[in-house]
Design a binder for this molecule. Structure first.
Ligand SMILES: [Fe+2]
Ligand SMILES: [Fe+2]
Length: 271
């Protein structure tokens, strides 16, 4: 059995520090074989810079996924350097910097394919995530039966549809981007682990990680200049997915949603 730890959108400095403090502990206590995080908001809320990617990799992250914010700040430097193991959604134009999938081999020589895709409902009209996913899945299947997908999308329906579309073809389809964790984790009939949104890692005294007063000002004035990260009430959101190594079918998916003080409860689950 292979276990994959995935942490949802890491927001800002506080989210980065919290996740890098706990990733080594989580990997040890839940016996994770792979760790993937969504890092599109780790550079003060928008994008990811080299120092944040470095910090995540040093904490034991294997692959960093992105989303719509991956084009902001200095993220392109990270995307263009393979050592950062950082993806951007695969269905942006192929000429764009970086790549949308990779094959990661861990220290036990187990290969995991990781694909990052982005939805098109309420987001830029890029290429079809469904058709793009099939081409990449067929390519990766030549080398591994273990395939993990971060589908960065706004609409629950689009995420559910991709989960069903790929059921039995990949080990997991997990949603990101809304920053709000959903309680619909399950194993689909043909063996794909699914959740509509994993949630975020950062301040929960917030509107999806942003300062509450600033977020209200944005909505009440419609002026997009108000932007400030929130602080306090920090939580980690993620999922732990167990997969049969030979078949690539998921066996179990569990949600993680905890603060520093609540970690003992996570640790004491019999993983
Ligand atoms: Fe995000
Ligand atoms: Fe996003």
């Amino acid at each position: 059995m292979i276990r994959i730890l995935f942490i949802g959108d890491i927001v800002g400095h506080d989210g980065l520090n919290l996740s890098t403090d706990f990733i080594p502990l989580l990997k040890r206590d839940i016996h994770a074989d792979f760790c993937i995080v969504n890092g599109e908001n780790s550079d003060a809320g928008k994008g990811i810079a080299e120092k944040q990617a470095q910090k995540l990799l040093q904490a034991g992250v294997d692959v960093i996924t992105g989303g719509n914010h991956i084009w902001q700040k200095n993220s392109i430097n990270v995307l263009q350097n393979d050592q950062y193991k950082t993806l951007r959604p695969a269905n942006y134009p192929p000429e764009n910097p970086g790549k949308g999938f990779l094959l990661h081999k861990n220290e036990k020589n187990v290969k995991l394919g990781v694909i990052n895709l982005q939805g098109r409902s309420f987001l830029p009209p890029i290429d079809c995530p469904f058709k793009t996913s099939l081409d990449i899945v067929n390519e990766l299947k030549k080398q591994t039966s273990l395939i993990f997908i971060d589908f960065h999308a706004e609409a629950s329906a689009e995420k559910q549809a991709l989960g069903w579309y790929l059921d039995g073809k990949v080990s997991a389809v997990v949603g990101t981007h809304t920053h709000v964790q959903t309680a619909d984790e399950r194993i689909l009939p043909k063996g794909t682990a699914y959740i509509t949104d994993v949630g975020m890692t950062g301040s929960f005294n917030s509107v999806i990680g942003m300062d509450v007063d600033n977020a209200i000002k944005r909505f009440t004035t419609q002026i997009p200049k108000f932007f400030k990260l929130a602080t306090g009430n920090l939580r980690i959101n993620g999922v732990v997915i167990s997969v049969n190594e030979n078949s690539g079918k998921a066996i179990d998916i569990k949600r993680l949603n905890f603060s520093r003080d609540e970690y003992a409860g996570i640790k004491n689950i019999s993983w």
